[in-house]
Design a protein around this ligand. Structure first.
Ligand code: MG
Length: 372
């Protein structure tokens, strides 16, 4: 059986005041949402999308993942009728894994991206729904020009903008050693494909890879919030499973059926070229310079501490010399009082990009003694 493990890193960037990106990962799910519109609205929309995805348990099929993203769209759209939140929306890129078939489904709306690293090949699996992507496709600007285009932040699809949304879905039969990278546009606008490929390949540890990608985006300017989820697949190959395929949900009502509406994802191949020593030196200086400050931006997770639920900053089980740091205890939530489903959710140790999302998670754990 193939197993998926992950890591998250997120940073507000060098220019903005608020981080409107949200992200999470668990045993069968990883997701990045990049909120937009208003100060409160963007954060709210992104957090709502991630919360909706957190409702998924266990093996994730394509149908389930698309359904949940569509449900998130409706919820955000309805919440945006509040005048204070009008115009809020969010991108989403999510990966849902079915360990028994070994198939991972990538879905996206907007310009947050999903990449697949397999061996030496890094491919962008998702296709951006953005103005500059349309311009690149029409041959009016180059990919390089797109990264610094003044309208690079304009998306042509987002969650929360209309009552319905088209969700693109890409199914990949994973092989042990595969790595998926999910990222907000704060990464792709600051780090070119070649550097991105090199950094993802150079760091075997998922947390290290997520951290150096965020650091590279800050080094490249950090003009936007930047968020990265790295998902690694290891273990034995799973039995059976569909061939790689891509299905746009707009293709047909049967688009989620593996036998219908099959089309190849458009992919960009990044050749791995020889390294320039100077570039490496610059990166090494950058990496050492940022040092431990990234650690503060790593995820948050909940875990039993003595008899109660507690929230920690860091990575479950620790990372290198970093141990998870206690943020707060929730004495009102005793582990022995949790119902079975909540215990299972806690044991899965989902990791959140913000402490607020971890708190929402903890607040939603059901105590059998609640109300007594
Ligand atoms: Mg962004």
């Amino acid at each position: 059986m193939t197993v998926m493990t992950g890591a998250v890193a997120s940073h507000v960037g060098n220019v903005r005041d608020v981080n409107q990106d949200r992200a999470m990962h668990g045993p069968t799910l990883g997701a990045v949402a990049d909120g937009m519109g208003g100060h409160a609205g963007g954060e709210k929309a992104a957090a709502m999308a991630i919360a909706e995805l957190n409702g998924i348990r266990g093996a994730v099929s394509e149908r389930r993942l698309v359904d949940v993203v569509e449900a998130a769209n409706r919820r955000i759209y309805e919440a945006a009728t509040d005048p204070k939140l009008r115009g809020m929306g969010t991108t989403i890129v999510a990966a849902g894994f079915d360990p028994s078939s070994g198939v991972v489904t990538l879905v996206n709306v907007g310009d947050s991206r999903g990449y697949l690293l397999r061996g030496d090949d890094m491919t962008q699996v998702t296709v951006d729904h953005s103005l500059v992507e349309d311009l690149v496709r029409d041959g009016r600007i180059s990919a390089e020009e797109a990264r610094s285009h003044p309208q690079r932040n304009i998306v042509t699809r987002a969650l929360g903008i209309g009552p319905d949304v088209n969700v693109d879905a890409f199914a990949i039969r994973v092989e042990p050693g595969d790595r998926l990278v999910l990222a907000s546009d704060g990464l792709s606008n600051e780090v070119d494909d070649e550097a991105l490929t090199r950094l993802v390949q150079q760091h075997a540890d998922a947390q290290e890879a997520a951290d150096v990608l965020v650091a590279a985006a800050l080094d490249g300017g950090g003009r936007d919030n930047v968020t990265v989820v790295v998902l690694d697949f290891d273990g034995e190959p799973s039995e059976d499973g569909a061939d790689e395929r891509a299905v746009g949900a707009e293709d047909s009502p049967d688009a989620h059926d593996p036998l219908a509406g099959v089309s190849k994802p458009r992919r960009r191949r990044f050749p791995l070229r020889s390294l320039l020593l100077a570039t490496v030196v610059v990166f090494v200086i950058g990496v050492v310079g940022f040092g431990t400050s990234w650690y503060a931006d790593r995820g948050f997770f909940a875990e039993p501490k003595n008899d109660v639920v507690a929230i920690y900053r860091g990575r479950p089980g620790g990372f290198l010399w970093f141990r998870p740091e206690l943020v707060e205890e929730h004495p009102e939530l005793r582990v022995e009082d949790l119902d079975g489903a909540s215990l299972q959710r806690l044991e899965q140790r989902p990791v959140w990009s913000t402490v607020d999302d971890a708190r929402d998670f903890v607040e939603n754990l059901e105590s059998t003694s609640s109300g007594s």
